[in-house]
Design a protein around this ligand. Structure first.
Ligand code: GDP
Ligand code: MG
Length: 399
């Protein structure tokens, strides 16, 4: 399978010779400082991936590999570039003075919407500093550039620089300023084999949002806002690229009626209870009835016993839940959104079961709203419709 990502961005690193461009790229890819400063001959690029707001972004980053010494970075380099990291050396006034020339080049040869991030590198060499942060910051504002100081030596802000540049590009795509389909945009959007809509359901406080957040961002965050839009991630399921759109009841579960709207068009459910709460377990039967009534009899349900890290507070044994799952024809897993245990497995297991159903003919991928769930090839319109319903509901409910 080809690598799975939502977008691929082409980036270019430019700026005076010895400002640390190659070291920045090296640190971003390898997380180490590149000590030998050999000027690699020829054109060179590296690829890395980033998670930006739940989207997987593949970066293809081009290094000028020494040509900047002869000022022979020309038109062809800028073609098909979505973003530029324009680097100067905070200890070198000459490299800072060069910036105006570089900006002229980018604006002349690059596409009109190209994103430029100004990067002041070698910030670790504080005692040798020749360009103050405030001076560069003012310059950046005047030239409408985003700005950061980095150290390719300590790694400070290196990831942030690439992240910042990618965020700006993504924001331009989302607001329609940049068109990924434009041949010279330097952006490639990835079409997955399948898009599956999964819904997180279950009593409040069972950890649904945390599970989802953990799956998307691979970390636990105690401060996440509950009412957020759906998130998506592309995963590999048995060699197929599958885009998972994860919907969350966003607290709507407190008024059972409203949730029923959401059951349409869902391929699978993660039905979550809290292993330390008998009440959340007792509520499962109602949830299952709802799902089977509104989502269809063949719908895939994965029962998830969350908070398994809280072993001493456990109220529902694994075997009790396992028996319950068998009786109700559910797949079952225990997870911890806190430690991350089984989180990945839960989403993958649910997706795998759905894909298996496609193969046995229980689901038909081409039918967009078959009542069997939306399993489609490529993007489809239902998503935005549901998103708008969902968005308007969020405004009315207090969480
Ligand atoms: P390029 O010509 O812009 O690609 O610059 P290089 O990446 O080859 O780096 C030029 C020199 O600066 C090398 O000797 C690096 O070791 C050094 N260097 C690069 N980044 C940093 C940094 O952040 N801090 C310090 N102290 N040295 C750096
Ligand atoms: Mg270099």
């Amino acid at each position: 399978m080809s690598e799975a990502y939502d977008y691929m961005f082409e980036l270019l690193i430019i700026g005076s010779s010895d400002s640390g461009k190659s070291c920045l790229l090296h640190h971003f890819i390898n997380k180490t400082f590149k000590d030998d400063s050999s000027h690699t001959a020829g054109v060179k690029f590296e690829s890395g991936t980033l998670n930006v707001g739940g989207k997987s972004i593949k970066l293809q980053i081009w290094d000028t590999a020494g040509q900047e010494r002869f000022r022979s970075v020309t038109q062809s380099y800028y073609r098909g570039t979505a973003g530029v990291l324009l680097v100067y050396d905070t200890t070198s006034r000459a490299s800072f003075n060069d910036l105006t020339n570089w900006i002229n080049d980018v604006r002349t040869f690059g596409s009109p919407n190209i994103v430029i991030l100004l990067v002041g590198n070698k910030k670790d060499l504080e005692e040798a500093r020749d360009v103050a942060f405030s001076e560069a910051s003012t310059f950046a504002q005047e030239n409408e550039l985003n700005f950061l100081e980095t150290s390719a030596k300590t790694g400070e802000n290196v990831e942030e620089a690439f992240l910042e540049c990618s965020k700006t590009i993504l924001a331009k795509i989302e607001t329609g300023i940049l068109d990924p389909k434009c041949i010279d945009s330097g952006i490639v959007s990835f079409l997955p084999d399948y898009t599956l809509k999964l819904m997180m359901i279950g009593n409040s406080d069972s950890g649904k949002s945390r599970l989802r957040y953990n799956f998307i961002n691979k970390e636990y965050d105690n401060k996440i806002t509950i009412c957020v839009e759906f998130a998506s991630r592309i995963v590999d399921v048995s060699g197929k690229s599958v885009k998972l759109q994860l919907w969350d009841t966003a607290g709507v579960e407190r008024s059972r009626e409203t949730t029923r709207l959401y059951y349409r068009g869902i391929s699978g459910f993660l039905l979550v209870y809290d292993t330390t709460s008998r009440a959340s377990f007792n509520a499962l039967t109602n949830w299952i009835n709802d799902i089977r009534t509104f989502g269809g009899p063949n719908i895939v349900i994965l029962l998830v016993g969350n908070k398994k890290d809280l072993e001493e507070a456990r109220d529902i044994s694994f075997s009790e839940a396992s028996t319950f799952a068998q009786e109700n024809d559910l797949i079952f897993l225990e997870t911890s959104a806190k430690t991350g245990e089984n989180v990945e497995e839960a989403f993958l297991k649910c997706s795998k079961t759905i894909l298996d159903k496609i193969e046995t003919g229980e689901f038909t991928p081409e039918r967009i709203d078959s009542g069997n769930g939306t399993i489609t090839k490529g993007p489809h319109s239902l998503v935005s419709l549901t998103a708008s319903i969902y968005g308007s509901m969020c405004k009315f409910l207090k969480f």
